[in-house]
Design a protein around this ligand. Structure first.
Ligand SMILES: Nc1ncnc2c1ncn2[C@@H]1O[C@H](COP(=O)(O)OP(=O)(O)OP(=O)(O)O)[C@@H](O)[C@H]1O
Ligand SMILES: [Mg+2]
Length: 266
């Protein structure tokens, strides 16, 4: 269980970013986090992983706490972050080395490495690209390698911080598919995004506003009850379709599927 317990955070004391923020994420959840530009989403992601530390309050994962220096290595191993720009995430020259680099950092025994690399590349369908140079890959492929490098660490939580925002529609779809598959296998997924259609894949949505959680609930309820433009957000296409056509079928991310099931019910 990941717990934010009365967390306060600022970069400069006169500009508080997070103000007494508390929430809990249970193992296996698929949570979307949204909010206006600059409201502090990436800050929350970095606090989760111990890359930033709370000024007051506690961030804990099981019996580990980010403010305990001796817990940080375990926390980095258990909680991985995929960032926005795939270019910024590569340190080495081949896909294989990129994944090995992370494993060496957490001191995985040599004899265990090959299997972890194979497994991780298989999960993102990049097993044929082991010797490829990251800068020759497409944006979506790069992001899949970044995900594989994290998967090889066998984390319990993966945070995607706008990880789809620089990708073309095909790349985004591939990354969303991987997220759904990892969730299906039991991993905890936290997806920070500006793409409102993607939040419909999550089971729970957190809206961050002025340093606090303003909404915590199901995405469908969020779009029914919250005036999203107040938070610089938009209703996704499938929500507009669902509301404008007064569909009876449940709201889903896949609008074609929604129309099909409405059609079949009539
Ligand atoms: N290293 C830093 N030093 C000082 N201020 C920072 C730093 N990083 C972020 N900020 C400020 O803190 C606030 C929250 O930033 P953060 O990146 O967490 O927001 P965000 O919700 O992720 O934004 P976006 O939607 O643009 O990704 C912003 O006002 C930002 O300018
Ligand atoms: Mg951000």
């Amino acid at each position: 269980m990941l717990i934010f317990d009365h967390v306060h955070f600022y970069y400069q004391q006169e500009h508080p970013i997070l103000d007494d923020l508390s929430f809990t994420i249970e193992p296996g959840e698929f949570v979307a986090m949204v909010g206006a530009n600059g409201c502090g989403k990436s800050t929350v992601a970095k606090l989760m992983d111990g890359l930033l530390l709370p000024k007051q309050g506690h961030v804990t994962f099981g019996n580990l706490e980010t403010s305990n220096p001796e817990d940080l290595v375990s926390i980095h191993e258990k909680i991985g972050i995929v960032f926005q720009n795939p270019e910024d995430q590569f340190i080495t020259t081949t896909v294989l080395d990129e994944i090995l680099f992370g494993l060496q950092n957490i001191r995985v025994p040599r004899e265990e490495m090959d299997q972890r690399v194979e497994e991780a590349l298989h999960m993102v369908h990049m097993e044929d690209y082991k010797e490829a140079m990251p800068h020759h890959l497409s944006g979506g492929q790069k992001q899949r390698v970044a995900i594989a490098a994290i998967l090889a660490m066998r984390p319990q939580i993966i945070i995607f911080d706008e990880a789809t925002s620089m990708l073309d529609p095909e790349g985004r779809e591939q990354v969303m598919k991987i997220m759904k598959e990892l969730h299906r296998q039991g991993m905890t997924i936290i997806h920070i995004t500006h793409h409102m259609d993607e939040v419909l894949f999550a089971k729970r949505l957190l809206l961050l506003h002025e340093g606090r959680i303003e909404f915590d609930g199901e995405p469908a309820t969020f779009f029914e009850t919250v005036n999203v433009t107040d938070y610089q957000l938009e209703k996704p296409f499938s929500v507009r379709l669902h509301q404008n056509l007064h569909l009876n079928t449940p709201l889903t991310a896949d609008w074609k599927e929604m129309i099909r099931s409405e059609w079949n019910a009539n």
